[in-house]
Design a protein around this ligand. Structure first.
Ligand SMILES: Nc1nc2c(ncn2[C@@H]2O[C@H](COP(=O)(O)OP(=O)(O)OP(=O)(O)O)[C@@H](O)[C@H]2O)c(=O)[nH]1
Ligand SMILES: [Mg+2]
Length: 322
């Protein structure tokens, strides 16, 4: 297919997706996920319909903390409030599940299911791909009338934490025995928290986790927390949905706080800045790969030992950015 007809095909799918065709939306998400050539034209088509005003909620935490289970209840709360939530569950790596199992764990009933859209995105071990695919998918959701947008990422790895950092509101989940509070703090997770959830409150040790978190907040050990916002700590039992309403209320309270203080605009801008940076980085990486594949003289000299690698790199960069 030529570039023009690909863009036309994407445009037709987008029109269908915007009028409620879920299969069309699913296909477009696949383009975005695979960085399909069609996704390029799609970005321009989506842009006029994506205002950037939909609330973005990040949910993160250690593997198995109960994120998907809680998100299922959260989505129900949001849908019951008359909104149309979309969920992007980012599967870090699992080659076995390929993301399918993770998506299946988010379960809802009747009404919520009709309003909500849930999609898991496999990153296939390509961390850089995730950074670009997530904002593209979120814009697509927004262009199709969804909001708030919930992104579930596992709280390991820099890219995952960065993805969460750009949400308007980030919910960090901790559970007794599973990457407890101290571990979460060490990995930098707590510093991105706007709402703290201690899940598996039905399990022994949940109160200890809560106490640890309170203590860290009191001592100012959670570095990203400012004097302007102290994350609320909410106990949940995601398997029964206990506490999910409180989590929804805390998310709304945080959003209201951001709206009052101008923080909403700050986060929107930092999200765009991050995406521009990620796209520039990707272009540079591609350019470096192509440059070295062309077997330049400077590389040959470095290989022969007549030139230092640093000098070869400097000379090649000079050419690349000119
Ligand atoms: N006892 C108990 N089990 C829970 C609770 N919440 C979740 N679980 C169980 O914990 C397991 C993991 O739950 P998930 O919701 O898939 O956790 P997750 O954080 O999404 O996991 P990953 O996406 O794989 O990182 C499942 O077997 C859940 O049934 C809870 O509040 N109490
Ligand atoms: Mg999950």
């Amino acid at each position: 297919m030529s570039a023009g007809s690909e863009t036309r095909a994407a445009g037709e799918l987008l029109e269908r997706a915007r009028s409620g065709d879920r299969r069309a939306l699913g296909r477009l998400l696949t383009f975005v996920e695979h960085r399909d050539a069609r996704a390029h034209g799609l970005d321009d088509l989506v842009h006029p319909h994506a205002t950037g005003n939909a609330a973005v909620i990040g949910v993160t935490g250690a593997p198995g903390a109960g994120k998907s289970t809680l998100v299922g209840h959260l989505v129900k709360e949001i849908a019951d409030a008359g909104q149309q939530p979309a969920v992007l569950a980012v599967d870090p790596s699992s080659p076995l599940s390929g993301g399918a199992i993770l998506g299946d764990r988010i379960r809802m009933d009747g009404v919520a299911e009709g309003r909500a859209f849930i999609r898991s995105m496999a990153t296939r071990g390509h961390a850089g791909g995730l950074a670009l695919a997530v904002p593209g998918a979120l814009r697509l959701f927004e262009a199709c009338g969804f909001g708030p947008l919930v992104v579930e990422t596992v709280g390991v790895g820099q890219v995952e934490v960065d993805v969460t950092r750009t949400a308007d509101t980030t919910v960090v989940m901790v559970a007794p025995g599973m990457g407890d509070a101290v571990q979460a703090n060490k990995s930098g997770l707590l510093e991105v928290a706007d709402v703290l959830v201690v899940n598996k409150a039905d399990r022994p040790g949940a109160d200890d986790v809560r106490r640890d978190l309170e203590h860290m907040l009191d001592l100012g050990h959670i570095t990203g927390v400012t004097e302007h916002w102290r994350p609320e700590i909410i106990m949940t039992t995601a398997t029964t949905g206990e506490g999910a309403l409180k989590v929804h209320q805390a998310i709304q309270a945080h959003r209201a706080h951001l709206a009052e203080t101008g923080g909403l605009e700050d986060r929107r801008r930092s999200r765009i800045r991050q995406e521009v940076a990620d796209r520039m980085t990707r272009r540079l990486e591609d350019a470096v790969t192509a440059c070295l594949a062309s077997e330049p003289e400077e590389l040959a000299e470095a290989l022969q030992g007549t030139r230092t690698p640093a000098s070869a790199a400097a000379a090649l960069m000079e050419r690349l950015v000119r």
